[in-house]
Design a protein around this ligand. Structure first.
Ligand code: ADP
Length: 698
């Protein structure tokens, strides 16, 4: 009925306009058609009605048609006419006849039209003595015809139908005229009684009988001058002017319309048989219009109802179609979902609100060995896997799956909510992870094998390293032996020459000189002893006693030992060691290291303008950092490179053996610590020791 996209606003608007136009057209057309039909229908009905009224009228008149002629046969009238004078006896007779016949009046005129006798001879309005020769009914009768003439009485002013007939003598000569006047107002009253508007018009269409007084003696069409003049002469309607009623023709049906006292009336007319009269039925145009309006409103209502029904039907059809389409989409989506579920590699099961298995896909059935006949029944998941947890939280859980006749197998499962509401539904997804687990196990084994191989290789490497170390140690020993030999050779050579000199001085008995030589020898022996003692500690023959050691106590001892060296310049050392700070170390070893570092620092600042040595300690993580900083001569790269080599010294004479830092390095190794150094030539150096801190609970 309408295009598919008719719901778009512009189309909807156009549709509304079309519907409004259709409604308007229906109402207008039905008004026009029904009005014309009503006018036509009223015409048929009016024809029947007018026929009935006409026959009643004619019947009433026909009773009197021959009455005047009958009266003419009475010889008493002829005698009176021959006498040609007024005769009251005859008038009385006529009066009696009139009453018996029920006519209005009966009167007799002589051949000249003068009334000689009349039924109303006693009334003030008596016709007797009046001439009615000007009336057409007189002319008709005198001409030998029966006259019919409706007019307003000239004397009485009362309207009526005059029927006249000539009175002849035996020779046939016309002696006079008998006239019977009929009152037609009872007819008029009978029309009004039926509720109809009926007009009776004579020649020239002038209404002479009307149920509506306003229409009386009015012309239904414009009158010619001649007719007007004639009416003045005949005084047919007395003094009435017989003005024409405003008339028109209905535009749609061509029906004649007259306006009576402001009421527009449709006229249905019929020629009265045998009379020059027309009978009219008048119907108010407004009634026809109202009726037509009612019919058109009903038609409009019907069309509106049809439109509403059509729209309703269309809506319902569209709704049905949409529902159908929706159902199809749902079915397709269900089928699609089922296909996905069936073809997926995971085991899928749907659970009802009581967590019972309702459906499962092929994969799940195969996995758990569930037979086809079992699948319809509500299965408990605990039959298939364990441990089972009723928690639709989407969490992936590990469990063991069971299959009849087989060993349990590892699975991963997950429960999620897929439909809310009273028919809650869950989806249980299961993955068989046997292969994965097997792969994991083989991976683990491969890993272990790899680790074992790495260990093997590491062992081999370590052995190689140890061999290398051994080699390096031997080489070092070689170098050291050479160094020691060199160091010892010098004093020993000197000793040999001093012994020889001593002998010579003894032989010469030069006591002073031999004593001085002995002193020199003693100094050389002491140097050798010092080298030996240093080498002893260097050889690693030491027992390590590691324990929490208070740094402030260590510093106190170090300052005591160095006191003689610092006697003049004691103030150059500043310390900043937090109260109670401890390290894990061997106290004697640490003291030895610190003495050595400070000894070197004192030597380094000797030539400084404003010598300064700063000793600080602070915990850092699980270590304690102890630093010795001086603003002395500093070290170049070359010195830095050999700093920790045994016997490396820049000190002259007996001041240094070049073993202090080498020994300190070894002592720190024994205490699981480290020694590092930074230095800038000309600015100073900083040695930093890193030793394990005392743990909180220690
Ligand atoms: P020694 O003190 O007997 O020379 P060490 O092993 O203690 O032996 O020192 C080796 C050398 O390192 C020193 O001779 C000196 O040249 C250098 N040295 C050590 N400490 C410092 C320092 N604080 N400033 C400059 N040079 C230093």
């Amino acid at each position: 009925m309408f295009p598919a996209d008719s719901s778009r606003p512009s189309h909807r608007k156009a549709r509304q306009i079309a519907l409004a136009f259709l409604l308007l057209a229906t109402v207008s057309l039905s008004f026009f058609l029904s009005r014309n039909l009503l006018i036509k229908h009223n015409g048929v009905e009016s024809e029947q009605l007018l026929q009935a009224f006409e026959s009643a009228l004619l019947t009433a008149i026909d009773k009197y048609v021959y009455f005047p002629a009958i009266l003419t046969a009475d010889p008493r009238f002829q005698r009176m006419l021959r006498r040609n004078e007024r005769d009251d006896e005859i008038s009385e007779l006529l009066n009696r006849f009139n009453q018996a016949a029920g006519s209005d009046e009966i009167f007799i005129m002589n051949a000249e039209g003068l009334t000689l006798a009349s039924s109303n001879y006693r009334d003030a309005t008596s016709f007797v003595g009046h001439s009615y020769a000007f009336r057409p009914y007189y002319a008709d009768a005198v001409a030998g015809r029966t006259g019919f003439y409706y007019a307003v009485g000239v004397t009485t002013g009362k309207a009526g139908l005059f029927i006249s007939a000539p009175i002849r003598d035996n020779s046939g000569r016309i002696l006079g005229v008998t006239v019977v006047k009929l009152d037609l107002t009872p007819q008029q009253a009978s029309w009004s009684a039926t509720g109809n508007r009926i007009f009776l018009s004579g020649p020239n269409d002038i209404v002479f009988l009307a149920s509506d007084p306003a229409a009386l003696y009015r012309a239904l069409r414009p009158l010619e001058q001649r007719v007007m003049a004639e009416l003045k002469v005949t005084k047919q309607y007395g003094s009435a002017e017989s003005k024409p009623l405003p008339a028109e023709t209905d535009a749609w049906s061509d029906a004649p319309i007259v306006d009576v006292d402001g009421v527009r009336l449709l006229l249905y007319s019929r020629q009265v048989v045998g009379q020059p009269w027309r009978m009219h039925r008048a119907l108010p145009v407004a009634d026809v219009n109202t009726m037509a309006a009612l019919i058109s409103a009903a038609c409009g209502g019907a069309v509106l109802l049809l439109i509403v029904l059509a729209l309703y039907y269309r809506e319902a059809r569209q709704k049905r179609r949409t529902e159908h389409r929706l159902l199809k989409v749902i079915e397709e989506s269900d089928a699609h979902q089922r296909a996905i579920i069936q073809n997926t590699d995971a085991g899928l099961m749907t659970l009802n609100e009581r967590f019972e298995i309702r459906e499962m896909n092929q994969k799940a059935a195969e996995l758990f060995g569930v037979e086809a006949q079992e699948q319809g029944a509500s299965l408990d998941p605990t039959r298939l896997l364990s441990p089972w947890i009723n928690a639709p939280d989407g969490e992936v859980r590990e469990a063991e799956g069971y299959r009849p006749g087989c060993a349990s197998f590892p699975i991963l499962y997950c429960v999620s909510l897929i439909r809310t509401g009273p028919d809650r539904e869950y989806l249980l997804t299961v993955h068989d992870v046997s292969e994965l687990k097997a792969a994991q196990a083989s991976l683990l084994q491969a890993n272990e094998e790899l680790e074992a191989r790495v260990e093997e290789r590491t062992q081999a490497l370590r052995t190689t390293q140890e061999a290398l170390m051994q080699e390096r140690k031997l080489a070092a020993m070689g170098r050291m032996s050479a160094a020691i030999a060199h160091e010892l050779n010098q004093p020993l050579t000197a000793l040999v020459s001093y012994v020889a000199m001593g002998r010579l001085y003894l032989e010469q008995e030069q006591k002073d000189k031999s004593a001085a030589t002995l002193d020199k020898m003693d100094a050389l022996v002491q140097r050798i002893a010092r080298i030996s003692s240093q080498l002893k500690s260097f050889a690693g023959i030491r027992s390590v006693d590691i324990r929490p050691t208070a740094l402030q106590a260590v510093m106190r001892y170090v300052e005591e030992v160095l006191e003689h060296k610092l006697s003049q310049q004691r103030s150059i050392i500043r310390t900043q060691i937090p109260e109670g700070l401890q390290v894990i170390a061997d106290q004697h070893m640490l003291e030895q290291v610190m003495i050595n570092l400070l000894d070197n620092a004192i030597a380094a600042v000797k030539s400084a303008v404003q010598p300064e040595i700063f000793v600080a300690a602070e915990p850092r993580g699980d270590k304690v950092m102890i630093s010795v900083r001086d603003n002395g001569e500093g070290m170049d790269e070359e010195r830095m490179r050999h700093l920790f080599d045994p016997f490396f010294t820049t000190k002259t004479g007996s001041e240094g053996l070049g073993l202090g830092l080498a020994i300190s390095y070894n002592l720190l190794q024994d205490m699981h610590g480290e020694i590092t150094v930074t230095s800038t030539p000309g600015e100073g150096s900083e040695f930093t020791l890193s030793l394990p801190a005392v743990k909180q609970h220690d």
